[in-house]
Design a protein around this ligand. Sequence first.
Ligand SMILES: Nc1nc2c(ncn2[C@@H]2O[C@H](COP(=O)(O)OP(=O)(O)OP(=O)(O)O)[C@@H](O)[C@H]2O)c(=O)[nH]1
Ligand SMILES: [Mg+2]
Length: 424
Amino acid sequence: MRNPRARQRALVIGAIPEPPRDGEDPLAELKELLRTAGVATAGEMIQVRAEPDPNRYFGRGKLAELKAEAKRVGANLIACDDELAPRQERNLESELEMPVIDRTAIILDIFADHAHSAEGKLQVELAQLEYNLARMRGLWTHLERLGGGIGTRGPGESQIETDRRLARDRITQLRRRLKRLERGRRTMRARREAAPIPRIALAGYTNAGKSTLLNALTGAEVGVGSRLFHTLDPTTRAYEYEGRRYLVTDTVGFIRKLPHQLVEAFKATLEETRLADLILHVVDASEPEERRAGTIAAVDQVLEEIGADEAPRLLVFNKLDLLDEDERRRLLVGRRDVVGTSAATGEGLDELRARIAREFERTLEPMDLLIPYEEGSRLAELHELAGDLEREERPDGVLVHARVPAVLAHRFSEFAVNGAEGRD
Ligand SMILES: Nc1nc2c(ncn2[C@@H]2O[C@H](COP(=O)(O)OP(=O)(O)OP(=O)(O)O)[C@@H](O)[C@H]2O)c(=O)[nH]1
Ligand SMILES: [Mg+2]
């Protein structure tokens, strides 16, 4: 069988604090995740409650209803829109008598499916192990309690202990391997950093059109898909605009409640975003307004989590071709912080390139630099970046007065002398 999950029919559930508004489907994204994972949706059930029940997620009454509904629609799986505590998961499974998976497990599953590179596969395995380890621990304390009195061992305890130890050993091993790969990536990055080329990272919610935009901007052929989390590995491509080169990196998309195990495991990959000179936050402009606000906030939150919230940022409203004139006007008029594009039709791409160029030029910073003679290559870089330089030969190097784009100034700060930049 090509897809082992093809026969799975999930009943999707979610506990939400307030009743959904007209036309709003709070479980839409979970269903989309399941579709991506190859699981059919058989039905759905929502409970409005301030907080999910700490033991069973839903309340007792609702749970009986859920069990009947699962039978009625022929579901063989329950999929929950939140990450479940091990205890909640266990209780649900025993009361409903069928497997229960949560949002995190589904996302991990999709990542496992979409990981292609060696690094991506290791990162996903690490995230999955950490997720599972937490669950084994839960199970273990549970069984321990069943074991009862002092000195008695819980049933299966030693097996679980062994499993946990194996999982931990593997985690250590994975971390070590990832470290090694990270070193290779760092060398590559250092090479890129040394080149005087502005680096731009595409960030945004999964499916916003980042890869399509990368392709449209640079003529690359990065895979594009209408499913979620299509891209996991970072890809960097260059384009030229008005005689200057720019590097653009496309990487993993974000999502609401992105499992923290993944953020942790993908740290090296997400680093590409953190270290960019400019982040393009790509937004699917065709989404309904409220959902869009939610996705923008979710992306901002992940950027903050990975320490990329300080980098200069430009908001790109993509998929403009799906909007009518009215909607476009509402979205773009009077918003100077936003560029509208359609990666599909090419609309707005020139404006985007121009905006990026301006972003790098707008803030030319005057710098006084003393570049030692043995660093001649850095001087050549500076020439490319700053054009004309005032220079003066000194015994210990060349003293240069240059105007460098602010976002790139840090690359030369080691040479700064009492200039505008050199004082801090
Ligand atoms: N109509 C329209 N569709 C677009 C546009 N840009 C991207 N798409 C479509 O949106 C879907 C997602 O595009 P991707 O480029 O894969 O999105 P992504 O942001 O890279 O997604 P992940 O890699 O999953 O994070 C694909 O079906 C694209 O064809 C656009 O400007 N207009
Ligand atoms: Mg992509």
